[in-house]
Ligand binder design. Structure first.
Ligand code: ZN
Length: 277
């Protein structure tokens, strides 16, 4: 019957597509083969060829056409975590940017896209648009006016900041608060320090208890952001709890991390902990 042939054809297309994606992920993962590439991913690959529905298992065509989102997410090992231009690049105290003085080429000033930013902060284009969308959602859904307190910082500015902290606090305390130049996520143009107008606690841990801090913790993943330095994870991230520091990784990765139920990016990637330099 024509109908059965159509179903079979649709199912075959799904098999080919999923199979192709699997091969792509495998190839990409292989090309990343260095010490930072996680080893857990092969077991967590969501869509394996064996799980692909066969024509005999799918009486309704609609069931073959709609794989759930978790079945389409690539494994963590497929993420490019070494290229500084990748939105999923890993930067921590064990993993500096390469080159150390990397500067993104697609910075957008937040004020140019209507996001309040007193000091002219900027982010890479994709992250800037995501902040804009997230702030609009916070306003519409919770009546919050979020603010970007800090965004992209170049190598030179990070050097000044870090040296200032060292002078004030000593190197050990400075390292818990400020990244050394070349090791800061702010230098990627993908990290935003966020505050909530009228709620205080700007760049302070009490931000976690504000309405803005709580909304972000619950919703940032919807817009491709992760809370990069969560509470109680200093041994993994190398930083104290920073409820204001959000890192853009893209919605595929933020959703996968949310689904995996892990709190740190290192853990999600299967990367080594980075408590110190
Ligand atoms: Zn920050």
């Amino acid at each position: 019957m024509r109908r059965n042939r159509k179903i079979a054809a649709a199912a075959l297309a799904v098999v080919v597509l999923l199979g192709g994606g699997f091969i792509y992920w495998a190839v990409t993962a292989a090309s990343n083969g260095d010490a930072n590439v996680p080893t857990i991913a092969s077991t967590s690959t969501p869509a394996t060829p064996t799980s692909t529905p066969t024509p005999t298992q799918t009486p309704e065509p609609t069931q073959t056409a709609e794989p759930t989102p978790t079945e389409t997410q690539p494994p963590a090992s497929a993420l490019n975590i070494t290229d500084p231009n990748s939105v999923t690049v890993l930067v921590n105290k064990k993993t500096p940017l390469a080159p150390a003085d990397y500067a993104p080429a697609d910075l957008v000033a937040m004020s140019d896209i209507g996001v309040p930013s007193a000091n002219g902060h900027s982010l890479r284009s994709e992250a800037a648009t995501a902040v804009q969308t997230m702030f609009a959602a916070a306003s519409a859904e919770a009546g919050l006016t979020l603010d970007m307190t800090s965004g992209y910082r170049d190598y030179g500015l990070q050097t000044e900041l870090y040296n200032g902290y060292v002078a004030d606090l000593g190197q050990e305390a400075a390292d818990l608060t400020s990244a050394r130049p070349g090791y800061s996520e702010h230098q990627t143009g993908l990290a935003a320090d966020i505050s909530s107008q009228g709620e205080g606690c700007v760049l302070e841990q009490c931000f976690a208890a504000t309405a803005g801090g709580q909304w972000l913790a619950a919703n940032a993943h919807r817009f491709g952001f992760i809370l990069r330095f969560p509470d109680g994870a200093t041994a993994t991230t190398g930083y104290e709890f920073e409820p204001w520091h959000y890192r853009y990784v893209g919605t595929d990765t933020s959703a996968a991390m949310q689904a995996a139920g892990v709190t740190t990016y290192e853990e999600f990637l299967g990367a080594p902990a980075a408590p110190g330099y």
